[in-house]
Design a protein around this ligand. Structure first.
Ligand code: SF4
Length: 559
């Protein structure tokens, strides 16, 4: 066949494959897809138990060490003493230490005091007394040796905990309201719906997803699981027939290309949550993009398809039946979506929301909290996704005594606004991708702002990341701080932060505003924060949140 020009006609160009299994593309298109195809990440557990724990760090196959270990919450931690300026120029072998971070999975943040004590004991025995509460309910331990991992798993499993799929291209720890079932103003108790998803953790049908996959089930009026930035989220609503259930959101996520989840437009009854989760997760597995790691999250598929097509595929190909139309959730009832403070439960008892500094605990402290809770009549605690800790079910006549005891342990239930609302990722202390210190810097920021602005009572979140990733959710913080090396006026490279302002997940949902060239050295950060907060307090209109002010004013006011 020829074209009018006489040249042979070219075959029509086939669109480039994104590696979608449902379209017949099963050949791996990158190294991660290759190691996942070669052996399921879940099978690495046998090798840890049978070989690596006995033969030591040097015996670990590289594709297990830097790949499949994540399926059990294991990452090598950063070698101590490597400055942030060298992060990008070193190989993984040079950056990593022979010790591991181990992430303990805590669905919905819910723990008995026995479980909390066990994590604390594991920490003191095997992890140099480290324990950080993360922004997805997990507790991370550091300094773990491969030789000790089987004993740690045994201790955790004995109390019903695990590290399965705490990392990797899997359904990560699932978020739930930590006060589900006892919150006075909840729309629906999401506990049973969340529990119905537990059987899918460690299920080989979902252990090779295109990328990490984040789930949230929330029923509280504060929407404390921040459903807007999860891959799949079920949000408590009163359905068309007056029965409480869930509104389905899909395709949220932050990182370097942040997107908010979209309402699919369906109502999900509580007993259908598992079916719908399986359907959405199967769509991600089958249609998700597997060529580029940077485009593999579900949000990119949702951006291309839109909610209407997503719903059509979900109903016709996976559920084989239509779902009722959904109802949009009410906005959160409070600018604080964190459950910090002392609150009455619907059964007349109380919960105490405590504010450790940026989630930093220790194994010793976890055990002390378990003891204190039990001595004051509670057997239940919960971690939050704001790096906080809650003691539940406290009888009214024990509340003040427990609050005083926890205060003495450094865990205030009536914290300053800064203590409450500063969040920080792991940073250079342990993370191989980090450029700057975060937790230490956050502690300084809290201390300085408490001293400089005593009695501050306006909600302002300050989120601190150690690199361009978004583990501390910088794009949705009122003040987002992204770690980088900056140059001083004298030309010296030092730790610093690029600053965005006015991100929010409350009434004015939106990502932070970038102001050209706005950055600060780490040393000057408290001065900058004091300056911008004072301006906000001086200039705000009666109903202004920090976000609405920061989005309205001239750039000069934000410098
Ligand atoms: Fe590490 Fe960067 Fe995540 Fe912080 S944001 S924990 S530095 S990857």
């Amino acid at each position: 066949m020829t074209e009018p020009s006489g040249r042979p006609a070219r075959a029509p160009k086939r669109p480039r494959s994104e590696g979608q299994w449902a379209l017949g593309y099963h050949e791996p298109l990158n190294a991660t897809e290759r190691f996942k195809r070669d052996d399921d990440g879940l099978r690495v557990k046998e090798r840890v138990l049978d070989r690596y724990a006995h033969q030591g760090f040097a015996s670990i196959d590289p594709s297990d060490l830097r790949g499949r270990f994540r399926w059990y919450g294991l990452y090598t931690q950063r070698r101590q003493g490597i400055p942030g300026g060298r992060t990008a120029s070193l190989s993984p072998e040079e950056l990593e230490d022979e010790f591991f971070m181990l992430r303990v999975r805590i669905p919905g943040g819910s723990l008995t005091t026995e479980q909390l004590r066990t994590i604390g004991e594991v920490s003191t025995q095997y992890a140099r007394d480290t324990a950080d509460i993360t922004n997805r309910h997990n507790i991370q331990l550091h300094w773990v040796r491969i030789e000790d991992v089987p004993a740690i798993w045994g201790r955790l499993e004995a109390v019903g905990l695990s590290t399965t799929e705490a990392c990797g291209d899997t359904p990560r720890n699932m978020l739930g309201c930590p006060v589900a079932g006892v919150a006075e103003d909840e729309v629906i108790d999401g506990s049973a719906a969340l529990a119905s998803l537990a059987p899918y953790v460690g299920d080989p049908r979902f252990s090779n997803l295109p990328r990490k996959y984040k789930t949230a089930v929330s029923g509280c009026a504060q929407h404390c699981t921040i459903h807007e930035i999860n891959d799949v989220a079920f949000v408590g609503v009163v359905g068309p027939d007056g029965e409480p259930g869930f509104d389905l959101w899909v395709g949220g996520g932050l990182s370097t290309n942040p997107m908010f989840g979209r309402r699919v437009g369906v109502f999900v009854a509580a007993d259908r949550v598992a079916d719908v989760w399986v359907g959405v997760t199967s769509i991600f597995r089958d249609y998700g993009y597997r060529r580029s790691r940077g485009k593999a999250r579900l949000k990119f598929l949702m951006a291309d398809w839109g909610p209407q097509r997503f719903r059509e595929v979900l109903e016709t190909e996976y559920l084989k039946e239509p779902l009722p139309d959904g109802v949009a959730p009410q906005p959160p009832t409070s600018p604080y979506r964190d459950h910090v403070g002392i609150h009455r439960q619907k059964d007349g008892r109380y919960y105490l929301g405590l504010a450790p500094r940026t989630g930093r605990m220790s194994g010793t402290l976890l055990q002390q909290v378990a003891d204190a809770a039990e001595q004051h009549g509670s057997g239940r605690v919960a971690t939050t996704i704001e790096q906080k800790l809650i003691v539940l079910d406290v009888p009214g006549d024990r509340v003040e005594a427990l609050a005083t005891r926890l205060d003495a342990l450094g865990l205030p239930s009536r914290p300053s606004g800064f203590r409450r609302q500063v969040m920080a990722c792991s940073g250079i202390e342990f993370c191989k991708l980090a450029i700057v210190d975060t937790k230490g810097r956050a502690a300084t920021v809290i201390e300085e702002l408490e001293r400089r602005l005593p009695g501050w009572d306006l909600p302002v979140t300050i989120n601190i990341n150690g690199c361009p990733n978004s583990c501390a959710r910088i794009q949705t913080g009122d003040i987002g701080l992204r770690g980088q090396i900056v140059t001083t006026d004298e030309g010296e490279p030092v730790e610093g932060f690029q600053i965005t302002l006015g991100g929010s997940l409350t009434a004015e949902v939106g990502f932070g505003r970038k102001v050209r060239g706005l950055r600060s050295t780490a040393a000057e950060l408290p001065d900058y924060l004091e300056r911008v907060l004072r301006r906000y307090a001086d200039q705000r209109l009666p109903d202004d949140s920090f976000a609405s002010w920061a989005r309205r004013v001239d750039e000069a006011e934000l410098r």
